[in-house]
Design a protein around this ligand. Structure first.
Ligand code: C5P
Length: 209
């Protein structure tokens, strides 16, 4: 196969981001974390003191999102993911960001994109679709370890409540809800190490080549 497009979807803290990066490295493909595009919009509104419900400003911010200049550090800040899921319900904003994501997906040679609607909306033509899940409890524990690993502290029950709220919003919205594409391979990583999940994902991709 001269070109390989891999679509990865899944809920918050499922491990899809880590898997996407590892697969992109392994297959020498460019990678786009599409969550960063929604985070960039939310961050723009927060930074300028604008409301997350201000659709016109969110749409304007969406037009200015530059895929080659996404500040991963600022965008990973606490609260930005939650804010991103609030602006991500705006259909006109989604259309603008999805267009940019599709341009990225169309590069010669292929790409790896991860998000919530890659296999269903952004790149339904993808060669391989993975849907990564893990139980909310396991995802909360992983997020806690991440935070602690960076020297922070947090309450696991608050993280769990956050994760459940985000799942509900992402799976329940009318436009492009989070769900596996009909032809996605499901990978439940609840009882898997990152290494084991990576091996399983690679086996699925290799099986499609
Ligand atoms: O993946 P991440 O947690 O960074 O995404 C932040 C939020 O952006 C998600 O909770 C979701 O609401 C939104 N998002 C989306 N579609 C994508 C990627 C992210 O709606 N493809």
């Amino acid at each position: 196969m001269t070109s390989l497009l891999i679509a990865i979807d899944g809920p918050a803290a499922s491990g899809k981001g880590t898997l996407a990066r590892r697969l992109a490295d392994y297959y020498h493909l460019p990678h786009l974390d599409t969550g960063l595009t929604y985070r960039a919009v939310a961050w723009d509104l927060l930074r300028n003191g604008q409301s997350l419900d201000d659709e016109a400003s969110a749409i304007e911010a969406g037009r200015h999102v530059d895929l080659s200049n996404l500040d991963k550090h600022a965008l990973s800040a606490h609260g930005v993911g939650e804010a991103a899921s609030r602006v991500a319900v705006i259909p006109e904003l989604r259309r603008i960001l999805v267009d940019k994501q599709r341009d990225f997906a169309r590069q010669p040679g292929g790409a790896v994109l991860d998000g919530r609607d890659i296999g269903t909306v952004v790149a339904p033509e993808a060669d391989v679709k993975l849907y990564i899940t893990a139980s909310p409890e396991v995802r909360a524990q992983r997020r806690l370890r991440d935070i602690e690993g960076r020297g922070g502290s947090a309450d696991v029950s608050e993280i769990l409540a956050d994760i459940r709220r985000r799942d509900e919003r992402d799976m329940g919205r009318a436009d492009s809800p989070l769900k596996p594409a009909a032809d996605a391979h499901l990978l439940d990583t609840s009882d898997m190490s990152i290494e084991a999940a990576f091996r399983a994902a690679r086996a699925i991709v290799d099986g499609m080549l």
